[in-house]
Design a protein around this ligand. Structure first.
Ligand code: GLN
Length: 245
């Protein structure tokens, strides 16, 4: 974000991809960016609009198969996200958004479809629907303020399963629930400044440290955001207790 006055948060295709509260990720990211002293420009980019390439953080959420297919088609034609990532932007992707950043994913009507190839993951169709609460232990290499991220809590609902390739690492080890598929043992993936997860909730309301991770990547300040996180903590405690974690 060198030379820019405002930190730009781009919410990709709210008209197609925003399930189970994913909109909250944009609200929380913008709120915490302001608490860090940034002027924030939040751009909600619909699927009939070109994607700006000068964003600092891009957010892409979950969706059913048809909107996921449409979103992937449009993002493949509009190479704005690819160019933004090449320029150092950070990306938080959830469920359908996570799958379509990979090499390919499965669509109920059309079978295997190409993704954007921005993350070394490949998704296909599982045999069971993964639905319910998830608790996971993030990759200890991901730190905020020099400390590993705390456990992640979220809600999943998907048929897709995702294999993580050699050029990405799983985001977290699953303690409860499924993540990248029944028996996969891990959730999501990360590489460079791209994070993918199956966790809704919205994931940043339940795990504000994840917002701080991406904010630190783009503003260069590794410290946690100075925020009153009492309500986030209450939500986390309630959701973790709900699965006996
Ligand atoms: N349609 C995808 C699947 O079922 C993603 C679902 C979602 O984003 N919740 O795997």
């Amino acid at each position: 974000m060198a030379g820019q006055s405002a930190l730009r948060i781009v919410w990709i295709y709210p008209d197609l991809l925003s399930t189970y509260g994913d909109q909250g990720n944009a609200l929380i990211m913008s709120y915490r960016a302001r608490l860090r002293g940034h002027e924030v420009e939040q751009l909600n980019v619909r699927s009939d609009q070109p994607l700006p390439v000068q964003g600092d953080i891009y957010l892409i959420g979950g969706g059913e198969d048809r909107p996921q297919r449409l979103a992937a088609e449009r993002l493949r034609k509009d190479d704005g996200l690819q160019r933004a990532v090449e320029g150092g932007a950070a990306v938080l992707s959830v469920c359908a958004g996570f799958q379509l950043l990979g090499h390919s994913f499965h669509d109920d009507e059309q079978g295997t479809l190409p993704g954007l190839g921005l993350l070394d993951v490949t998704s296909s169709r599982g045999t069971v629907r993964c639905v319910g609460e998830v608790v996971s232990q993030p990759d200890p290499a991901l730190t905020v303020g020099g400390r590993p991220l705390p456990r992640l809590t979220g809600f999943e609902n998907h048929m897709g399963t995702t294999a993580v390739g050699a050029d990405a690492k799983p985001l977290a080890t699953v303690r409860s629930g499924n993540g990248n598929g029944a028996g996969a043992g891990v959730d999501g993936a990360h590489a460079g400044r791209i994070v993918g997860t199956y966790l809704h909730g919205p994931v940043l309301a339940r795990n504000p440290a994840l917002a701080d991770l991406l904010l630190g990547w783009v503003d260069g300040d590794p410290a946690p955001t100075k925020a009153d996180d009492v309500w986030h903590e209450k939500l986390r405690a309630e959701r973790l207790a709900a699965v006996g974690a």
